[in-house]
Design a protein around this ligand. Structure first.
Ligand code: UD1
Length: 333
């Protein structure tokens, strides 16, 4: 595998992906603007893999700076993570989301076209399926309307890429993530949420650590077996490994653009997740039930069979380990 540029490579999913790429001896170049991470993650990656990280502090929206990286490094493929990712924040700041996520992609495509980059893997999300009741959900489910500006930027990203591949030779793979959780088993890298977390697992671990007083489970009156939402939680290392497969696939397959769901294929309720966290870590979590959160989909989990059949990828890590590793990571913070 030749040189892979990872944008947002010091972020949560990015850093785990850099580790997996280095583990298969890929040459990796990272760009990150450090908006939502810290520089020491590069050193932590090196501690895990024993390999240095080639790093540029560059904002992908800064096209001239990004071009310099392409000019200097012989990039054959890109994995594009660099983007804002908080659903709630996107409702408060929609324009910032269009600007950063859409302009960032366009800036990157400028370089990809100019330097004739062979492949591009795009971080998409199950949020593109909108408010659906159909689970397990396949990649063929229609993309209708996003439930947040964040979701809109993912739908627009996929649309732009679909169009782009009609006119350029770059092979594109869009990966639709379900709910990534957990941390590397070394506990050297993990999620670093800024401020009050909006995602479930950082809120759970911060409550267990005493940083937050109490977790509120948003709604127990849904039409699900225990009344709480159902999601497809996937360990971030499994997710990272799928990117390695996707880069290989993009470079060798004849299809110009393809899309894959990345999940376990199993739905788990928020209550089950909280109870698993308590059991595997042998602690009691202070939690209560509150009203539903606006914009939450009742239940969604992946049909992950396409990724298994085409990419030869499937998840290996169970919910118990997701919850153990999330807590181990929290305890290092
Ligand atoms: C959403 C998006 C996902 C996106 C992610 C990024 C959908 C279907 N999913 O995930 O694509 O990548 O945001 O942030 O749009 N919860 C609580 N208490 C809390 C926090 C969360 O009960 O304090 C519950 C939520 O109600 C939800 C579940 O936990 O049922 C997971 O929530 P969260 O971690 O925020 O992720 P999603 O909203 O599922």
């Amino acid at each position: 595998m030749s040189k892979i540029l990872v944008t947002g490579g010091l972020g949560y999913i990015g850093s785990h992906t850099v580790v997996e790429l280095q583990n298969v001896n890929a040459e990796v170049v990272v760009v990150d603007n450090l908006a939502n991470t810290t520089l020491d993650v590069a050193g932590r990656i090196q501690k895990i893999t024993g390999k240095p990280v080639t790093f540029y502090q560059v904002d992908v929206c800064d096209t001239p700076a990004l071009e310099e990286v392409f000019e200097k490094e012989d990039i054959s493929g890109v994995i594009h993570f660099a983007a804002y990712k908080a659903v709630g924040e996107s409702v408060e700041k929609p324009v910032a989301y269009y600007q950063n996520n859409v302009s960032g992609l366009i800036s990157l495509l400028h370089c990809v076209k100019k330097y004739k980059t062979k492949s591009l893997v795009f971080s998409s999300s199950c949020t593109v399926y909108g408010d659906t009741k159909e689970s397990p959900i396949t990649e063929n489910h229609p993309i209708v309307e996003a439930i947040s500006p964040y979701g809109t930027t993912k739908i627009l990203g996929e649309e732009i890429l679909t169009d782009f591949t009609k006119f350029c030779d770059t092979k594109v793979v869009c990966l639709r993530y379900f709910n990534p959780v957990g941390a590397h088993k070394s506990a050297l890298i993990g999620e670093l949420p800024l401020g009050v977390p909006s995602n479930l697992i950082p809120y759970v671990t911060q409550t267990a650590a005493g940083i937050r007083e109490q977790l509120t489970i948003f709604g127990n009156d849904y039409d699900t077996p225990d009344g709480t939402n159902i999601r497809d939680f996937i360990h971030v290392v499994d997710l990272a490994k799928a990117h390695v497969k996707a880069v290989d696939y993009a470079t060798s397959n004849p299809i110009s653009l393809d899309v894959f769901n990345l999940g376990t294929g199993v739905g788990q309720s928020v209550k089950e997740v909280v109870e698993t966290f308590e059991r595997v870590n042998d602690l009691k979590l202070n939690y209560t039930y509150g009203p539903r959160r606006q914009g939450d989909v009742e239940q969604i989990w992946a049909d992950a069979s396409k990724a298994k059949n085409v990419l030869g990828w499937e998840t290996e890590i169970e919910l118990d380990e997701m919850m153990r590793s999330a807590w181990a990571w929290q305890q290092t913070l």
